[in-house]
Design a protein around this ligand. Sequence first.
Ligand SMILES: Nc1ncnc2c1ncn2[C@@H]1O[C@H](COP(=O)(O)OP(=O)(O)OP(=O)(O)O)[C@@H](O)[C@H]1O
Ligand SMILES: [Mg+2]
Length: 509
Amino acid sequence: MAVQADNSTLSVNQAQVDEFCVGRGITTPDQEKSAPSMQPDSRVEVFRKRLFDRFDWLRRSAVRLALLFWLLFTVCFGIAAYVVYETLQDRVLARIDQSIADRFVETQDVFYREGIDAVVKMAEARSTSPMTSSMGFHLSTPQGERIAGNVPVCPTEYGWEIFDGQTLGLVGDNSVYRFYTGKVGGNVLSLGKSLDALVELRTIALSSLMWTALASTMLAFLTGGFFARRTHKRVAGISRALDIIGQGDLTARLPVSYAGDDIDSLSEKINSSLNRLEYTVNSMRQVSTDIAHDLKTPLNRLYITIEEAANRSRVGVCVGDELDGALEEAKAINATFEALLRIAQIEAGARKSQFKPFDLASVLDTAAEVYAPVVDEQCQELRVDIPGHQTLPMLGDRNLILQLVVNLIENAVHHCGDDTVITLSAGESDRYVWFRVADTGPGIPDPEREKVFQRLYRLERSRTTKGTGLGLSLVKAIADLHCGKVILADNKPGLAVTVSFARNCPTEC
Ligand SMILES: Nc1ncnc2c1ncn2[C@@H]1O[C@H](COP(=O)(O)OP(=O)(O)OP(=O)(O)O)[C@@H](O)[C@H]1O
Ligand SMILES: [Mg+2]
């Protein structure tokens, strides 16, 4: 009986083979076939990559700047050293030449005044050997016969020449000499001086310049390296912070070293933009949260009213009242939305671009004029305690400030009862312009004074009255935009709201 092996059960599938081999680091025959062997080209590629990785630091701008600085410094130093060296050498040589020329003229004078014998005498008197300490003299006839002097061999050419001691016949003398040869009467006079001083000066100058060059280039290299390292550290810190911000953490800030340089000022600018961004994002988040939490109830109410109206209309009952209620509710929700968005927009600071100078006193007058009839209707009294001629100039958005004043007057009107006296006062100092809305109503208890600035927050006693709880949030947002402060205080009795604006408020966000 032929046994047939079932391929599907006996054979191990390719995926299993691969898994087994990968787990043990074995190359399967298929992989061997497909994997390209390491060709010389790819080895060069790998080597190049490693080389680039190793010298990656050279691509940092700080390192490049430091190297450039070092190179420039070295080149400038080289040029300066060359100029100094050449000038020094020329000056010394010129002095030596001058002293030889002076002596030659002096000798000529002696010849013309006293004759050749006096010159010979003078030459012999001065021709002490060795001549290194004095001058070299050689007086000869036009035919080259030596008359006097301390130099054995006479220079043959007229004019300036440089010789070494051997050429002049000075045995064992390796010094270099500068000679001038000219005619004195019919004879030939050569005068010369050793250049040992010049050679020595050259040696000293060269070695000092070399050491200075070495020390200063080392110093330039080390200083450049130090600053490059420091700058790289700072740039790396900034890059790390930006990575964190990029991942969504808006609380991270760029490091500022307080060295006060351009990197710091750039970091500070980016940080202040991040502050703004964080603030805007947070206030947007806050708006979303407020909407989610506080608009839920009125929306539910609206839903129930409409549902009720629908049920009643199905059985033929008139639903006019329900629809009116729904309309009112929808209007209130709409007003709340608009107020929330307005606050968010003001907090974002975009309206700063519309800042213009205006008179705060005239804004208070306008608000008082508009609200006088409303206050009368409520049997309240509105007093304006600002001298008629006083002007209170400030910089800002006039319409927003009017809105702020109106919100505070409206609060006094709505949250205080009959016979309340509302007083508007204002003033200024060197640094501030301020105004106050004070009433004689129930006031706000101390622990609640911070909370009323929160969006949609209302005191328990006001829950039944009309309002959204956004009036003071808007007041705070407008004041912040104008670098202002809002202080709620006890008016004994009542509430006194003082708003003061700093005069030096920047007009940019
Ligand atoms: N002058 C005031 N006297 C007494 N309580 C006040 C006064 N001003 C504000 N409040 C209290 O502070 C709460 C918050 O005021 P806010 O102006 O923010 O909201 P609102 O007046 O209730 O509503 P909205 O101004 O949005 O119509 C008010 O509900 C009220 O309880
Ligand atoms: Mg209000």
